[in-house]
Write a protein that binds this ligand. Structure first.
Ligand code: 6AU
Length: 513
């Protein structure tokens, strides 16, 4: 008898699975009742459940820095796995504490740590989705979940609607090389058939995907019980009819999460910006050169609907924390603009890669876009592009080709060399910071961003030079206008942002006709 079969019988014997006529919380009459909470009263059963979950974890070759049991039933399972198999554990609170640290996640973790979710039963999938989302918001990577029992009540579809894929008994993940790239296959040795096929690119481009494996499905559980005469065929049929006619739809599929998956998975960042520009009728990048991140967060809520990019200088912020920057990132997703850190990297490859990924600000983790100088040579792009692949979302940069300030040394020769670097790293360099339309040898539609835009001023006291939105777009060929003080120093930032949005987009449309 297999371990799963034996455990199915034990679950029946301790009445974790009952058959009869039950009124569920929803008022529905059900011929089956499953309550795995009782297993804590039967240490041997708790141990077996934990062991099977851990077996699947090992067979699936899932690598994780920590495990997190969904409260409450999966918590003891995760604890046993943690102690027995020496796997550090995290706990996700259901509500934040009202005192002290207000932490949502207990336990020790670092940014980008890989965390595996453990759940006892998946019915709608909502608690797995919620847990994954919360862990991700805290900087953890969550790519896998293991569920003990899949009730087969549409959890799979609900999860898929949220960019999460449920598949049973994955035992082998095969990576193989295609003409252009690496691909992966999931192989189910139970049926020796391919149960799933995912392209490596989609996993790489978006680690938002979550693969959920289950130790046991309800059908398997019923079969085990039938085989050992614990239940009759009639009972099996009744339960299966009930399950088929009670497929659950999540009331509010998590649209945001889905949108994120679709966007980052299918839209390369250059097209993503073009789409935002069209969708929001805005080619305005707000240069939020403020020194307080709380103020930027508030401002982004007010003007987020009118911009396509929000640019900051994180090194001038006196209250920078990763938690706050994640809040800003969440707003950027809600309001559909990209986050742009104007870091102006200009060092050797090794140093910029550290500046991009490490330190207090860990720019690569949250900035969709950064600015880079071509001055040090193209090693800088190689280093940044390589580092950018460590995160699950697309990343890109703008190369500084021409500057808006008086006396800038960016002459024609420099611009030409900059364009050549862009062509060499065309997947990572999505466009230029420039004062004119640059001629390139490929037909890539590089995004040209022009700073130094102001309707009421022609310069500042340090040599910044301004032109109007129409001039930037129609005469200089800008796609995106970058405006800072024109908006920040106005009497009404929201109205002024709207004005620059209107002016910029009017010119953008005119240019594209
Ligand atoms: O509109 P302003 O003058 O208040 O701000 C312009 C913003 C500032 C500059 O650091 C930046 O645009 N900038 C850049 C960028 C974006 O790289 C290049 C440049 O040549 N000129 C320029 O002003 O945040």
């Amino acid at each position: 008898m297999s371990d799963a079969e034996q455990l199915s019988l034990q679950l029946f014997d301790i009445e974790a699975v009952k058959f009869g006529n039950f009124t569920l919380k929803s008022g529905i009459q059900s011929p089956i009742y499953i309550d795995l909470r009782v297993i804590i009263s039967y240490p041997a059963v708790l141990r077996s459940v934990s062991q099977l979950v851990n077996d699947l974890l090992e067979k699936s070759n899932i690598e994780c820095d920590s495990i997190c049991g969904v409260p409450y039933t999966a918590l003891p399972v995760a604890s046993v796995i943690s102690v027995e198999y020496n796997r550090p554990m995290l706990i996700r609170r259901k509500e934040a504490k009202s005192y002290g640290t207000k932490k949502m996640i207990e336990g020790i973790y670092k940014n980008n740590d890989q965390c595996l979710i453990i759940e006892d039963i998946v019915t709608t999938g909502s608690s797995v989705i919620e847990t994954a989302q919360s862990l991700r918001e805290h900087g953890l990577r969550v790519n896998n979940a293991i569920v003990f029992l899949d009730r087969e009540q549409n959890g799979k579809n609900n999860l898929e609607a949220n960019g999460i894929t449920l598949h049973g008994r994955v035992v082998l993940k095969v990576k193989y090389r295609t003409d252009q790239d690496w691909d992966e296959m999931w192989v189910d040795n139970n049926e020796t058939s391919l149960v799933r096929h995912v392209s490596y690119h989609s996993i790489c481009a978006n680690k938002q995907f979550l693969d959920v494996s289950s130790v046991l499905t309800l059908t398997e559980l019923l079969q085990h019980l039938l085989r050992h005469k614990r239940i009759t065929l009639d009972c099996v049929n009744q339960v299966q009819t009930f399950i088929k006619s009670n497929q659950v739809q999540l009331n509010q599929p998590n649209v945001d999460e889905k949108r994120t998956v679709v966007k980052s998975n299918y839209l390369p960042i250059r097209e993503h910006i073009r789409t935002i520009i069209e969708e929001k009728k805005s080619n305005l990048c707000l240069s939020a050169d403020l020194t307080n991140l709380d103020e930027i967060i508030e401002l982004s809520k007010q003007v987020g609907d009118y911009i396509c990019l929000l640019k900051i200088h994180c090194d001038i912020l006196n209250d920078f924390t990763m938690e706050k920057i994640r809040q800003l990132k969440t707003i950027s997703k809600e309001k559909n603009f990209l986050l742009f850190e104007d870091r102006k990297f200009a060092d050797i490859g090794n140093t910029v890669s550290l500046q991009y990924t490490k330190g207090l600000s860990q720019i690569c983790e949250w900035a969709d876009l950064v600015t880079v100088h071509a001055l040090p040579g193209d090693g800088i792009l190689k280093a940044l592009e390589e580092s950018s692949k460590e995160v699950g979302e697309p990343r890109g940069c703008f190369l500084l080709a021409q500057m808006s300030s008086k006396g800038a040394l960016t002459d024609e020769k420099y611009v030409k060399a900059t364009v050549q670097y862009a062509e060499k790293y065309q997947n990572f360099v999505i466009g230029f910071i420039a004062q004119s339309r640059l001629s390139t040898s490929s037909n890539i539609d590089y995004i040209h961003c022009t700073p130094g835009v102001h309707i009421n001023s022609s310069e500042d006291k340090f040599g910044q030079q301004y032109i109007s939105p129409a001039e930037a777009v129609l005469q200089r060929g800008a796609d995106v206008i970058i405006c800072g003080r024109a908006i920040l120093e106005s009497n009404d930032r929201v109205q002024t942002a709207k004005l620059y949005q209107t002016e910029g987009y009017k010119a953008y449309q005119q240019k594209r006709q």
